[in-house]
Design a protein around this ligand. Structure first.
Ligand code: GLA
Ligand code: ZN
Length: 661
């Protein structure tokens, strides 16, 4: 099993490297990530290279059987390069050029930057070709921004649009440019969305464009590395920032990598479901296990310093990574740095460098456990009966509306929050969830859930219809299919061409951000609706909940329809969690693991391999908890047989083994 940390040896005096490597080895680290952001150390002057320091530290690590992942250093171009070519610096949306002094200060379409990137990457790859200690590459660091609004990007955008729309007539038509006199008569009139409330169609295309340009830049790097070092894997560490990787189309980005990685900073125990979901979304980008390239080990530098992790919490989060399909966990960072912008960011070691830190002791514990038990579940997969659709058109169409001044900030409705309502209900039952593209083959899933799915293309519509016809259970959240591929509202009665499938019509809706509306389900439970309401007129469908206030009364709030061999549910408004819990109970009857009962604070996630199921049971509480095991299981970490009532310590993790057919 791969287990390690992110190491920046260039931040420490050479004499320390030996001590570090010894401590790493003692903690069971067998892989470190090196040379991230180290461009100015690798190429201190234009075309002058120095890899000696890297060789030296790699040698020390090698003697301790520690493998290396090298990074292409392109997230931090050095000052000599910027001074020579100042146009590499991105032009920000406010019209200011980004200054040197942080990171990610490059324009993604800048050809000069591509040239210098290629050059350093080739050098590195050629130099480390044939070196077996280097097992893989990380390309750049956390692609996704800042977006650049320079002339080069603008011209590139115009070219991109021309390829896509072919004629201006088509573009004007698709964008609805007649609105506010925006008709274009020449491609070079089209600008980037630097004003706050631009045409939503342009806004959506700009997001797609920026994503495409990033994918292109990333692919340029991959191609070089693959051609020179075909034996080494290539990955990229994307980031979450609580918006579920919304900055780029990560399905596209992931395509050319061997696997994807991500940087996981959960911050709070209460973010458990969000982090679970993020792991599942990451796994969904390639339908494949992944790496956690950076994992939080204690307090972080954010707007403020986040809390120090109490003993046990880092271990809990580490096992959560493995449970959801991580093949490796590397902590960020080895040792807290005494200088630079992240001085107040913990490492496995504190600034003092001793082995007395909570994180070091805990890492050593996890290290010894993981090497002992990891091989058992290594190569196993997360098998999920339920899928949630995660779609970038929908993510981005949600941003382009004009009430949302400074659209960079918040979308109209939170897509992650809408997903989480359903996701939590499913996960509380210990049922695994995959996230999928709307065009993916859905047939292997018992149920597919599509919260806040604005954009439903013809292809997707057919995909969903086929799935339900063949016996699938499909669940839509409010605002399903309201927009077309250009982020324009559809003109048909909602829910559009899938009206028959849902057996409903929606003629009226309401924003519930400020209005209180009651909903009553068919078991007479009363809820307060929130966020948004589609007022449903059932046709063939049966209501399972109705609005119960004023002029709303009479409309359905949630419905179910039998369609061919399957069923289609529509949940028309936001509701309290208890609604989703009951709803999912009814929709997914029989899918939960019946032999284990856990309270809400305990997570269950499973991986499978060769007739064995590994059931990760994790207490996401700093208080003791209790579970009930209906059958006898062998527990992997302690190697004991367990049955009946089991007490869990705060943050405790069990891995139960179950035989499956
Ligand atoms: C990111 C980066 C790291 C570091 C951490 C700090 O994820 O990849 O370089 O800045 O955040 O939390
Ligand atoms: Zn630019």
């Amino acid at each position: 099993m791969n287990f390690g940390c992110n190491y920046y040896p260039e931040h420490w005096e050479k004499e320390r490297w030996l001590v570090d490597a010894d401590l790493m080895q003692k903690a069971g680290f067998n892989v470190v990530r090196l040379a991230e952001f180290a461009w100015s150390k690798l190429e201190p002057e234009d075309d002058v290279y120095d890899f000696d320091w890297l060789d030296e530290v790699m040698d020390i690590l090698n003697k301790r059987k520690i493998k290396v992942i090298l990074c292409t250093p392109t997230a931090a171009p050095p000052i000599w390069l910027i001074n020579k070519h100042p146009h590499i610096l991105p032009l920000l949306r406010n019209g200011q050029r980004m200054a040197f002094g942080a990171r990610r200060h490059y324009c993604i379409t800048n050809r000069t930057y591509h040239y210098y990137s290629e050059r350093i990457i080739k050098r590195l790859a050629e130099y480390y070709r044939g070196n077996p200690q280097v097992i893989g590459w990380q390309v750049d660091n956390e692609f996704g921004g800042p977006k650049c609004y320079c002339d080069s990007c603008r011209k590139e955008f115009q070219r991109w649009l021309k390829l896509k729309y072919k004629t201006l007539e088509n573009l004007n038509q698709s964008w609805g440019s007649v609105f506010w006199s925006q008709n274009y008569t020449s491609w070079n009139q089209i600008s980037l969305p630097i004003i706050d409330y631009h045409n939503p169609a342009l806004d959506l295309d700009f997001r797609r464009f920026f994503s495409d340009m990033t994918v292109k830049y990333s692919y340029m790097q991959i191609k070089i590395l693959k051609s020179i070092t075909p034996d080494k894997f290539i990955t990229h560490n994307t980031h979450d920032s609580m918006e579920l990787f919304s900055h780029l189309n990560c399905y596209d980005l992931a395509e050319k990598y061997d696997f994807v990685s991500w940087d996981n900073y959960p911050q709070k125990l209460e973010n458990r479901f969000h982090i679970e979901l993020a792991h599942d979304v990451i796994r969904g980008f390639k339908k494949k296990n992944f790496w956690v390239m950076e994992e939080q080990c204690s307090y972080l530098t954010r707007e403020d310093i986040t809390p120090t992790l109490p003993p046990g919490q880092m271990r809990l989060w580490t096992y959560q990574c493995y449970a959801h399909g991580a093949e490796a966990v590397l902590y960020f960072r080895w040792r807290a740095c005494s200088f630079g912008i992240e001085q107040f960011h913990s490492g496995i070691l504190q600034h003092d460098g001793t082995n007395k830190s909570i994180s070091y002791k805990e890492a050593a514990q996890i290290g010894s456990e993981i090497h002992r038990i990891g091989p058992q579940f290594e190569g196993s997969n997360v098998v999920s009966p339920v899928a949630i659709i995660y779609d970038y058109d929908t993510v981005w169409a949600n941003y382009g509306y004009w009430g949302n001044y400074g659209y960079q900030k918040k979308p109209m409705y939170s897509y992650p929050d809408e997903i989480l309502r359903f996701y939590k209900a499913v996960r509380k039952k210990g049922i695994n969830v995959d996230t999928v593209k709307p065009t993916d083959d859905l047939s292997k899933y018992k149920a597919v859930i599509a919260p806040l799915m604005y954009i439903v293309t013809d292809e997707v519509e057919n995909n969903i219809r086929r799935y339900v016809e063949e016996g699938g259970v499909f669940v839509a959240g409010f605002r399903f299919g309201i927009k077309d591929i250009h982020s324009n509202m559809v003109k048909s009665v909602l829910p559009g061409k899938l009206k028959k499938l849902f057996g409903i019509s929606i003629y009226t809706w309401d924003n519930l951000k400020e209005r209180k509306v009651e909903v009553k389900d068919d078991e007479d439970n009363i809820y307060q609706a929130d966020t948004f309401a589609d007022l449903i007129t059932p046709e063939e469908a049966k209501p399972i909940a109705r609005y119960n206030s004023g002029w709303y009364t009479g409309y359905a709030a949630a419905t179910v329809n039998t369609f061919e061999r399957g069923r289609a549910y529509y949940v028309g408004c936001g509701l309290p969690q208890s609604f989703y819990d009951r709803f999912i109970e009814r929709v997914l009857k029989g899918l939960a693991l019946e032999s284990i009962e856990v309270p809400d604070e305990v997570e269950i996630t499973t991986r499978e391999k060769g007739g064995k199921r590994f059931i990760f049971v994790m207490n996401f509480s700093d208080k003791p908890s209790r579970i009930f095991l209906g059958e006898e299981y062998t527990e992997l970490i302690k190697g004991k047989r367990l049955k009946g009532e089991i007490n869990l310590d705060p943050f405790e993790v069990l891995i139960l083994i179950q035989r499956i057919l």
